[in-house]
Design a binder for this molecule. Structure first.
Ligand code: BES
Ligand code: MN
Ligand code: MN
Length: 462
């Protein structure tokens, strides 16, 4: 393709400025207080798609935040790429751990990003990665190199479960018809070790509430004589893993797809430095399910984790009290074939059964979704692989990720198309954490690589 690096170096300051402007808007979908900002971000995305060269751009209102649809159809006989991304972000808390305010983007050098990284909530997840696609379209249009049709679907509720997107997709199958779905909302191994994400885990997220006595009690007068919901909740949670760190919920592993010895050997070839991993997290040992490696534990194996736990007195000093209630939020990451609704039911039943007399249990499911695996013997994967090879000078490694984008399996179910996960972030980019960032090099590399995907995908299809 002609002049891609030239176009990028000529326009890179503007590419960065535009992204920085987008990152300044706090589009926190989880917090109603930011509703205006989320809507404002939707408008900005709409304008950006129009300016990049889409012929049609629509804001589709939903029961929640709007979905932006855009398209540029150049020839009905050519293949169509559907780009998905999200413009909403996670809440930035805890704020005091940020080195600079989360919605005042700054560019700073880091060890892994010697050319600088943009620090802001959403820099990597997913505004920065979504915007690479907008700028790649601009590049292809302005240099007369768009080889096929393109559709965009950018939502504002990914971080809260994509419920309204599911409705939109089911109701707009024809409009969204495509030959491949392209998403940049994952990561790669390292800047000199390109990889393509070939799997996502499913998710079941539940909240549990334990109630003991009908009011908080004096822990001296009543201590020892009634069930303490916090003691009991922690004991119940501890019992959800056995001594080998297997999950004890009956039936939990029944549908888990075990990888063959060969597949596990292939996986083990991906570069991984355990010492560097431990050092980056300041831990002296890794921890997890017996007989599996770290990379297996965080991708091909299901998990159960407490994400938050509370109850009783947590203020300053000491208060002698037995709380009436105790709570926890629990996530289960699932692997292909495990059905999230079934797992949620198994959890609920089991958790209710193990509660001793003296407390009552309430389990409330939040949201969830199925896992996903991208086959690598397809035109879509091959085109992506060749695109990375062209711009990175190295063949990318297929790698399954531990994260979840529940809507991906729904795309396959409703639209019948596969998804290619071309992520350009790094695990160390701190998504969902304080000091989230996205390498300037990664941002520009994404813009450079995406047009090659379009080119090779079109060539391989025709
Ligand atoms: N982009 C992430 C998912 C991701 C990140 C997958 C890195 C693979 C590698 C996405 O925005 C996300 O955070 N998903 C949530 C689930 C969602 C239902 C809230 C997750 O994985 O916790
Ligand atoms: Mn994301
Ligand atoms: Mn996210």
């Amino acid at each position: 393709m002609q002049n891609i690096p030239g176009y990028i170096s000529e326009h890179k300051h503007r590419f960065l400025e535009e992204l920085i402007d987008l990152l300044k808007i706090p589009s926190i979908s989880a917090d109603k207080a930011y509703a205006k900002d989320v809507l404002h971000t939707a408008d900005s995305v709409k304008n950006a798609l129009e300016e990049a060269g889409c012929d049609v751009v629509e804001i589709h209102e939903t029961a929640g935040y709007p979905i932006i649809y855009g398209e540029k159809i150049i020839d009905k006989n050519l293949p169509t790429v559907l780009v998905y991304g999200h413009y909403d972000v996670q809440p930035p808390d805890p704020l005091d751990l940020w080195n600079s305010p989360p919605f005042e983007p700054v560019i700073q050098k880091t060890e892994l990003h010697p050319e600088g990284a943009i620090f802001a909530r959403g820099a990597c997840d997913d505004k920065g990665q979504m915007y690479m696609h907008v700028k790649a379209l601009e590049l292809m249009v302005n240099t007369d190199q768009l080889p096929c049709n393109v559709k965009f679907m950018i939502e504002g509720e990914e971080e809260v479960g994509s419920n309204n997107l599911a409705v939109y997709v089911a109701e707009n199958k024809e409009k969204l018809a495509n030959d491949i779905i392209l998403i940049s909302d994952t990561g790669m191994i390292a800047n000199d070790v390109p990889s393509i994400t070939t799997g996502l885990r499913g998710l079941s997220y539940v909240e549990v509430e334990l109630t003991g006595p009908n009011r908080d009690l004096h822990s001296g007068l009543y201590g020892g004589a009634v069930a303490n919901p916090i003691n009991i909740l922690t004991k119940m949670i501890a019992g959800l893993h056995d001594e080998n760190n297997h999950i004890t919920i009956p039936g939990f592993y029944d549908k888990v797809q075990e990888l063959s010895k060969d597949e596990r050997e292939q996986m083990a070839k991906a570069p991984f430095n355990l010492e560097a991993y431990k050092k980056a997290l300041d831990i002296d040992a890794v921890y997890g399910e017996k007989d599996y490696t770290t990379n297996e534990r965080n991708s091909i194996r299901p998990t159960l984790d407490v994400n938050g736990i509370w109850g009783g007195y947590i203020g300053e000093g000491a208060k002698t009290v037995i709380a009436s209630k105790a709570f926890a939020k629990i996530s289960m990451r699932l692997v292909p074939n495990q059905d999230w609704k079934e797992i949620t039911e198994l959890f609920k039943t089991y958790f209710e059964t193990i509660a001793p007399v003296g407390v009552t249990v309430k389990v409330t499911p939040h949201h969830g979704g199925q896992g996903y695996v991208t086959p690598i013997d397809t035109i879509g994967y091959k085109a992506a692989s060749k695109a990375y090879e062209t711009t990175f000078g190295k063949k990318p490694i297929p790698q399954r990720s531990g994260g979840s984008i529940p809507i991906v399996s729904l795309f396959e179910q409703e639209l019948g198309s596969k998804t290619i996960l071309m992520g350009f972030g790094l695990d160390s980019d701190a998504i969902h954490s304080p000091n989230e960032h996205f390498g300037v090099w990664n941002y520009l590399k994404g813009i450079e690589t995406i047009p090659y995907f379009y080119k090779y995908f079109t060539e391989m299809n025709t």
